[in-house]
Write a protein that binds this ligand. Sequence first.
Ligand code: ADP
Length: 160
Amino acid sequence: MRIAVYPGTFDPVTNGHIDIIERALKLFDKLYVLVGNNPNKESTFTAKERVDMLKSALKKHNHKIQVEFFDGLLLNYVRKKKSNVIVRGLRAISDFEFEFQRAQFNREFAKDIETIFIMTKDDYAFLSSSIIKEIAMFHGSVKGFVPENVEKKLKEKFKK
Ligand code: ADP
């Protein structure tokens, strides 16, 4: 069985993330979507909210996906799940340096674990959780860029 882990902050999940997840599902039998905390920035949504939004958006893939929160070293989580693949998404060249550094670091500490990159659809190349939050904060429309349940949650969070 081919098992992979897709880690991220998902604050909140966007259609760009969903696109990467659906592409990864074509390559793997089981995908763990790992919700973590970014130590460099405080998240807008709690870990539970982020997990719940992902679970609800991915309901139709339930049998192949498991969404979990983990607040520890990614490599340990990957091993615990008996996987050896980390999936990351690439939007534009701007993502490359950061992702390259992380992948090199992970390889240094775990030679048996590979990082693979999946490129997003053009439509989502500019999409990020931060941009979504900025638009929602000013009550703009995020329709089509996030799953419907997330759109609702953003409206509640940034109520006028
Ligand atoms: P992190 O804080 O770990 O970067 P994110 O939740 O922002 O977490 O992103 C998780 C992964 O998804 C990263 O690999 C990121 O590059 C990728 N990603 C984010 N937005 C998009 C998008 N619009 N298209 C493709 N990949 C994306």
